[in-house]
Design a protein around this ligand. Structure first.
Ligand SMILES: N=CN[C@@H](CCC(=O)O)C(=O)O
Length: 416
């Protein structure tokens, strides 16, 4: 037996077990074990059950014990949609939004994403890495054990690669596991203004092959949006990426209803994200094909847009995940407590659905539900312990983190 960790006496052990992704009523079933325990060997969960039974089944010595009496134990949160590697800030643009300018108006005036592109191109790899590391540290303290991160602030070969290399280097240098997405089609760069199709050709012919050859990204994502990339351009890029082994994600129907959700279903994408303006048909098709809907309530909040129809999606059988969308423009926060507050108070999700959406379904949104997202035998021991006895204390503490301990691959990596 390798290094062992025992967590015992948990008032509530939220396992999130069961088939993934969870849909419909299953999102309310958290597989709770009262007075629960977990045994971890060499970073992998080997036993889960009631404390008394689990203790009697342990044969060898245990290296470390955590007494979780009076506390709730859950799978680590998975933040399945972020843009955490970037240079510069857009605080002035935020003040323009406060006075009424819309996100797209600012983008059309030559601001928005391309502003961050300029700063990210200028920043050295080391500068980007240190900024990104700090952001990951803050996420970890909120209970995030896995994060998805996108490129997309380079929009040229060198800077896209620089962003992806930052993520590759940070993997293993700190505790949060990173799932990497290539998002060269995040905006049309100034040098390609009015020629979005040619820019897609450039990405397909000159950037994707390098990303694939160097195995720098597991997913390809595209901002499928009116005035950015059309459904046809998005399809062309994602099919080319898929031929090179990258799985598909889409920024879909965020600002207007364009058919991004329908395209995600057609391509059997792993997830379609945002979906503030998704059509009923898009919801039906996503339910049919089990594309994960990654909803980003902090972005709707920050943009003062209506929230995505999470309640309708869950009731229609769509697997729903929640994520932060941490980025320098539309949503400068990685706050899991804020997401929990918005999902429960304004989107009509129950506390249990919200937990499923941040754990097992978020793991499915990065195609890792076989390894993370639940506390089950055989899974990686990514676990958080709360200061309080039940998951119900999460939405009750509005905008405030109650995470006390974070465990990654069986090791305590953060504690309050
Ligand atoms: N909508 C496109 N991409 C980001 C925003 C990026 C930015 O404004 O810098 C998002 O997911 O919200």
């Amino acid at each position: 037996m390798g290094e062992t960790l025992l967590i015992k006496n948990a008032a509530e052990l939220v396992t999130c077990s069961g088939s993934a992704p969870k849909t419909g009523a299953a999102m309310n079933d958290l597989g709770i074990i009262h007075d629960g325990a977990v045994l971890v060997e060499d970073g992998i969960i080997t036993k889960v059950g009631a404390t008394a039974e689990l203790l009697s089944a342990i044969t060898g010595p245990v290296d470390k014990e955590i007494d979780a009496a009076g506390k709730c134990v859950l799978p680590g949160f998975v933040d399945s949609h972020t843009h955490f590697v970037f240079g510069g800030y857009r605080a002035e643009e935020f003040s323009w939004r406060l006075r009424g300018d819309t996100y797209m108006e600012i983008m059309e005036r030559g601001g928005g994403i391309v502003n961050t592109v300029r700063d990210t191109r200028l920043a050295s790899k080391q500068e980007l890495k240190e900024l990104a590391r700090k952001r990951l540290d803050s996420m970890l303290a909120l209970g995030v054990t896995t994060v998805e991160g996108k490129s997309g602030y380079g929009l040229d070969l060198d800077t896209e690669i620089k962003q992806l290399e930052v993520m590759a280097e940070l993997q293993g240098e700190q505790a949060v596991e990173i799932v990497t997405t290539f998002m060269g089609a995040h905006a049309v760069p100034q040098e390609y203004q009015g020629r979005s199709g040619e820019f897609i050709d450039f990405l397909i012919n000159e950037v994707l092959p390098v990303v694939a050859e160097r195995k720098l990204a597991e997913f390809c994502d595209v901002f499928c949006e009116k005035g950015v990339f059309s459904v046809d351009e998005s399809r062309r890029l994602l099919l080319a990426a898929s031929k090179l082994g990258m799985k598909s994600k889409l920024h879909a129907d965020e600002i207007v209803q364009l058919g991004g959700a329908e395209l995600a279903a057609e391509l059997a994408a792993v997830s379609a994200d945002h979906l503030l303006h998704v059509s009923d048909e898009g919801i039906r098709k996503m339910a049919e094909t089990k594309v994960v809907a990654t909803l980003l309530p902090a972005t709707a909040f920050s943009l003062k847009e209506p929230y995505a129809r999470g309640r309708v999606m869950i009731d229609s059988g769509v697997p729903v995940a929640l994520a932060s969308d941490f980025n320098p423009g539309s949503c400068f926060t990685g706050s899991i407590p804020l997401i929990i507050a918005l999902a429960t108070l304004y989107m009509g999700l129950t506390p249990a659905e919200t937990i499923s959406a941040l754990t097992i379904n978020a793991a499915a949104a990065v195609d890792k539900a076989d390894k993370i997202g639940s506390i089950e035998s055989g899974k990686q021991a990514d676990i958080i312990i709360l200061e309080h006895p039940s998951h119900l204390y999460l939405p009750y503490h509005i905008g405030v983190s109650i995470v006390e301990t974070v465990i990654k691959k069986g090791k305590v990596v953060w504690s309050k």
